[in-house]
Design a protein. Sequence first.
Length: 111
Amino acid sequence: MTSRRGGDDRGSVVAEFAVALPAVALVLALGIGALATASRHVRLQDAVADAARLSARGEPAQRAHEAVAAAVAGASVDIAPRGDLVCVTASAASVLGLRISATGCALAGGL
């Protein structure tokens, strides 16, 4: 016969797991969302750099808009000259509901 010291511990592991599981799921979901947002931001930054080079070469503005839209769907694009530079700024929504933006500039008239 075994004697029990203290209280009855049956079911305590299940209760602890039930309390910890939502916290683990939340941390995991936020981590995945942060990685997806960072990936989208990198794609947006690359797209605006390409669009700035296209605009600086004298390509039509529509071509720059298409370059950004091909990389990041739903991005809004603004093209503006800044002295000797042509700068492209784009912004888009992220997975976490945040707004991400990126700017890229290139020397006007460049190749």
